[in-house]
Ligand binder design. Structure first.
Ligand code: K2U
Ligand code: ZN
Length: 173
């Protein structure tokens, strides 16, 4: 049984990363077919999260697996942030859409999110630690926000030119 076909991940500064995703109307066969492909793409890229926006699907759908064993996938459809702690912490973040760039971002240390799971059942997720950070990072993607937007203009411009240069070299090779 071969693994689900991987999806290409959009790379910053691709403007499609700034699209605001629409709610999933119904957990239908298309969504059920997309979820395993997003999970396979996330695992293949060694990510702990992936938002549909990153694979150029502009729907409110996120997959996450923060487990050490990489075998506890979570699916969040139409996630809504019900509560976020006032207490925040700055943590090192990376992004599959911004390869090779890591920098500090401040996030709430705990969140409570309501979302549909892969079967379309409504669930409440109470998260802290890396799971809380990942959920906030992925929910930003659904709003067209990439973590580099929390950095200074100077850093953001340096990152943009670095990635554009790397892409040009890759295309020439
Ligand atoms: O691009 C993505 O959305 C996947 C992100 C998710 C994430 C970023 C920062 C902090 C937590 C989650 C990452 O690329 S997954 C790669 C990674 C793995 C472990 C720790 C940080 C980043
Ligand atoms: Zn990301």
């Amino acid at each position: 049984m071969n693994s689900p076909e991987l999806l290409p991940i959009l790379c910053y500064p691709d403007p499609r990363l700034h699209t605001v995703a629409k709610p999933v109307a119904e957990v239908d066969d298309d969504i059920r077919a997309l979820i395993p492909r997003m999970l396979a793409t996330m695992y293949d890229a060694n990510g702990i999260g992936l938002a549909a926006t990153q694979v150029d699907v502009h729907l409110r759908l996120i997959v996450i697996d923060v487990s050490e064993t990489r075998d506890q996938p979570m699916v969040l459809i139409n996630p809504e942030l019900e509560w976020a702690s006032d207490e925040k912490r700055k943590g090192e973040e990376g992004c599959l859409s911004v390869p090779g760039i890591y920098d500090g971002v401040e996030r709430s240390i705990a969140v409570r999110v309501r979302a549909l799971d892969g079967e379309g059942h409504s669930r409440v997720i109470e998260a802290e630690g890396m799971l809380a950070v990942c959920i906030q990072h992925e929910m930003d993607h659904l709003l067209g926000k990439v973590f580099v937007e929390y950095l200074s203009m100077l850093k953001r411009n340096r990152i943009k030119s670095k990635l554009v240069k790397a892409r040009r070299e890759a295309e020439r090779a």
